[in-house]
Design a protein around this ligand. Structure first.
Ligand code: APR
Length: 334
């Protein structure tokens, strides 16, 4: 999954597969980043743009980068801000999505965006940054072929907004496709080995991962057991996953894991808030779960999140393995 980077600098200096130009509909150059890119690329860029026959707002077209360090320029035309009543947000989102579509179609792996429409076109910077993040993250979750996206901020204000948004950029997405199920299976193998080997030993971890978290097992759980899996992306990186299933009047939280490296980034709280909102959507009275009696970290984490201990349960999981768990419950209020 792609890495998202935020830098402050001059996009014309970036040695990436493609830089995006905030152009105008003529594609014949202008001021701002458009002017800077044309000045650095040289006159061949204008000659190439003259053959493109312009570009609609929200759309994107590609040319070589010529004298630029970047191999390509993807020209997109942002909306002029006019109070937000003329589809400006939708058109700005389209600029990011179409630019990434053109990048993907041209085998581009690393791409840098300026803060489109936030200069001459007057789009409010914080709103534009949020649209940029949401659109790019949404695209990247279905397009692993894009390896890196750089938001290249030229001014301090944009840089500040992007970093403010970035620290809690979490996306929780329902798992549907086989490629997403594979991401869950890979995460499960990593996380279960990180957390459970010291608790239940390597042999039982291997058995459980192979039996319950293989691609086939997850597909089966989704298809026939009405379990819902969600991927947790942090900064566009798969960082954890959730599995829930209705259980009578309650919602059973079957799995809720965060990569060790992503602990402390607020994903636990963010993930639980999501689970609570889903429980409310399903009309559940409570969220219930089981947790291994020796998994002190998780027990403390759930305790901190407001779960109460309601007893214990021993489960035969096959191959002679047994799970000795506490049962915990969080009542859904309101
Ligand atoms: N590198 C990165 N970003 C830059 C650079 C640069 N060298 N120069 C300017 N920027 C930033 C601006 O600070 C702003 O945050 O690009 C962002 C977009 O501003 P504009 O370039 O003014 O683009 P936009 O608001 O989309 O207006 C497009 O301006 O230049 C004309 O021909 C262009 O008519 C079109 C209009």
């Amino acid at each position: 999954m792609a890495k998202i980077e935020i830098i402050r600098g001059d996009i014309t200096r970036l040695d990436v597969d493609a830089i995006v130009n905030a152009a105008n509909r003529s594609l014949l150059g202008g001021g701002g980043v458009d002017g800077a890119i044309h000045r650095s690329a040289g006159t061949e860029l204008l000659e190439a743009c003259e053959l493109l026959n312009g570009c609609n707002t929200g759309d994107a077209k590609i040319t070589p980068g010529f004298k630029l360090p970047a191999n390509h320029v993807i020209h997109t035309v942002g909306p002029v801000w006019n109070g937000g009543m003329n589809r400006e947000k939708e058109l700005l989102s389209s600029c990011y999505r179409q630019s990434l579509r053109v990048a993907s179609e041209n085998g581009i792996r690393t791409i840098a965006f300026p803060n489109i429409s936030t200069g001459v076109y007057g789009f409010p910077k914080l709103e534009a940054a949020s649209i940029a993040f949401e659109t790019v993250q949404g695209f990247l979750t279905d397009h692993p072929e894009i390896e890196k996206v750089i938001f290249c901020c030229f001014d301090e204000e944009n840089f500040g907004y992007y970093n403010k948004l970035n620290c809690n950029k979490t996306l929780i997405k329902l798992v549907k496709s086989t490629s997403e199920i594979k991401i869950v299976a890979d995460l499960a193998s990593t996380i279960w080995n990180e957390y459970y080997v010291p608790i239940i030993g390597q042999e039982q971890v291997n058995y459980m991962v192979a039996s319950f978290q293989s691609i086939e097992a997850i597909e089966q759980q989704i298809r026939t057991e009405h379990q819902e899996y969600y991927l947790i992306y942090h900064l566009a990186e798969p960082s954890g996953y959730i599995c829930i299933k209705p259980a009578g009047n309650d919602l059973f939280l079957s799995k809720f894991y965060i990569l060790k490296e992503k602990r402390g980034t607020g994903l636990g709280k963010g993930g639980l808030n999501f689970i609570i909102s889903r429980a409310k959507e399903l009309g559940a009275n409570a969220i219930t779960l089981t947790v291994n009696k020796n998994n002190i970290n998780s027990i403390n984490a759930y305790d901190k999140l407001g779960f109460k201990n309601t007893g214990s349960v021993v489960t035969e999981i096959g191959a002679g393995f047994v799970m000795d768990d506490y049962t915990m419950r969080l009542d859904i209020t309101g």
